[in-house]
Design a protein around this ligand. Sequence first.
Ligand code: GLN
Length: 393
Amino acid sequence: MPLRSKLPDVGTTIFTVISRRAAELGAVNLGQGFPDFPIDPLLAQRVAEAMAEGRNQYAHGDGMPELREAIVTKLARAHGIAADPQDGVTVTCGGTEALFSAIQAVVHPGDEVLVFDPAYDSYEPAVRLAGGHCIRIPLQPPSFALDFDRVRASLTARTRLVILNTPHNPACVVHDRAALDGLAEALRGHDDVLVLSDEVYEHVLFDGRSHASVLAHPQLRERAFAVFSFGKTLHVTGWRVGCCVAAPRLMAEFRKVHQFNTFTIATPLQLGIARYLGERPASWSQLGEFFGRKRDLLATALEGSGWRVPPSQGTYFQLLDYSALADEGDVEFAERLLREAGEALIPLSPFYRERPRLRLLRACFAKRDETLELAAQRLREFAGRCAPVRARA
Ligand code: GLN
């Protein structure tokens, strides 16, 4: 009997596809976002100790109290946000589970979810599995500013959720407090519309910018789920530890899904992270500076090469504009770059529903300086081999 797929048009994620091609071709992989440098040995030690102490059985499904307390302390210190460790925080299997569980918790069949394009790839499949569908609102480079007229025009009686992402992956822009004000204003009078805010790069902002969380916004706080990630904050993407923070009435619904989705997150990881944060309570505070230096290293190494580098405002990604080098689509160009330059980057257009004519690729700079230097050298050499593109009429 033929199997009726629930996601017939969904393939393997662009990140996995590009990482696999990079491995096959021995390319320098600035595609999928993950650090290639070692973590703080103290963090590894604290996790190993928790395991050796025998802390290896199920943790509390909501998250270990030690870690929930540490999360609340960090939210207060970093963003001045008050959260309830008992009823307002749940530890999840990375940011992706937090997004998925929040969506399953509130989206009913037939509901509409507003999503801004370019959109991180997990949002839409999660909405569809809940029986909802996404109304995608395209944002325009270079600012990728939120389009509030489109938000207002898209709100219907079926709108259940708006998904926000700041700092934004893959657009590498930051939505500031004024943008959140605009969203709150657009949602005024639509009290049953919730907000799901993907804030996993909360500590990675550049050039003096500060993070504007939905949880710090008086009109959005009560209707919002916010998603955070220790993978990004502690350079441990493979540990899959994140969290969701929301008002208790929302968190109660979130937990109903979470307990049957991942149930509980690895005990020694939670305990190790909690103890580490106790000893290094401000470890995250240097991330903007740390990654800002890497952003600048990559940009400087590409100066004068033909690659245009619009400064990333946040995340550990950088958009690279190749419009002066080639005039083919970004998916084809990324493939050519893999084959001809041994360099893996992520094309931007697959993050849109209606793929626009973009000449942008995303580079991850959460890499050792040597990796960035090698990548930049390959990108420069490749650019040198490209015939200049004549200005379009
Ligand atoms: N968040 C990572 C990125 O943007 C990808 C994670 C994944 O492969 N799903 O590159």
